[in-house]
Design a protein around this ligand. Structure first.
Ligand code: NAP
Length: 289
């Protein structure tokens, strides 16, 4: 069923710069249509210097909620009324609700990864020893949410010492988790693999179009029960994941994280259980276009 826009239609959207490549409109509009909701989701190209005015526009135009993507995820916090404790720790917001003019920020990227790990990957992170590759925005969100989900230890491997230090400080300062920061060198990474239950690539290494490269990980050194995750969703199977699968290890790509961040945002905005399989199909169609 396709709905027409009218005077009562609720408007949702995404603020990004650029925003042309977003998959969120396809996911959310499919969900609205399938449930017969009088809602629409549109992309808003918002340049960094106009972010404050755009956020004020959520109130003045009566938008019902928005997603926020690169490069606004950190700066948007300055313009919101409230921020969830998790998003505050992460330092980034990707979803804003508008309840009677009160704008509240959440980080559903981080929640989306943990949900995908549990539902698609069949793995509960509680008590697990995690290694994360990268210490940028996505690594920060995922590490902090995993720490909040009760993991035992986390090893952070990155070429950027300042990012490792900042992430380690946040985790050890607020949560009782042991953090090990290591330099981006194959030998250092190798020496920690045996004690890893969940390995997560949170760098763009292996992402389209550079699909023939992978992080410096000797996957054969991981224990047999290990789960290998890649936050990359294009391609659906990175070189890292294909090497892990060849060895019989469990693998998880980034499509579930993308799906569940949208599904959690949908529920925050509408209070309605999201039609997951409709959203998953819309995302798959968008990704293969
Ligand atoms: P980011 O903030 O730019 O961080 C990327 C991190 O990877 C940085 O620490 C960066 O170090 C490091 N890095 C980049 N190239 C590297 C290389 N060749 N070798 C070693 N380290 C390298 O990016 P992000 O937003 O966190 O995104 C990271 C990945 O997650 C991307 O592939 C993105 O597509 C994916 N992601 C997926 C989802 C999802 O929903 N599935 C959501 C968000 C992100 P430098 O600072 O030195 O470059």
């Amino acid at each position: 069923m396709s709905l027409s826009v009218n005077g009562r239609t609720k408007v949702f959207g995404i603020f990004g710069w650029p925003v042309e490549h977003t998959f969120s409109p396809m996911m959310h509009n499919s969900a609205f249509n399938s449930l017969g909701l009088d809602c629409i989701y549109v992309p808003f190209p918002v340049s960094p210097d106009l972010l404050g005015k755009a956020v004020e526009g959520i109130r003045s135009l009566g938008l019902s909620g928005v997603n926020v993507t690169i490069p606004h995820k950190s700066n948007v916090i300055n313009y919101l009324d409230e921020v969830s404790p998790e998003a505050r720790l992460i330092g980034a917001v990707n979803t804003v609700t508008n309840k009677d003019g009160i704008l509240t920020g959440y980080n559903t990227d981080a929640m989306g990864f943990v949900k995908s790990l549990k539902l698609d990957g069949g793995t509960d992170p509680a008590g697990k020893r995690v290694m994360i590759l990268g210490a940028g925005g996505a690594a920060r969100a995922v590490s902090i949410q995993l720490a909040l989900s009760g993991i035992k230890t986390i090893t952070i491997a990155s070429p950027v010492a300042e990012e490792i230090n900042s992430l380690s400080e946040t985790i050890t300062g607020s949560l009782n988790i042991s953090v090990n920061g290591i330099n981006w060198v194959k030998e250092n990474i190798s020496s920690c693999l045996e004690g890893t239950d969940i390995l997560i690539n949170a760098t763009p290494v292996g992402m389209h179009p550079n699909t023939n490269v992978m992080p410096p990980v000797e996957v054969g050194l991981l224990p047999e029960h290990a789960m290998v995750c890649d936050l990359i969703y294009n391609p659906g199977e990175t070189l890292l994941l294909s090497k892990a699968a060849e060895l019989g290890l469990k693998t998880l790509n980034g499509i579930g994280m993308l799906l569940y961040q949208g599904a959690i945002a949908f529920e925050l905005w509408t209070g309605i259980e999201p039609p997951i399989e409709i959203m998953r199909d819309a995302l798959k169609r968008a990704l293969t276009r």
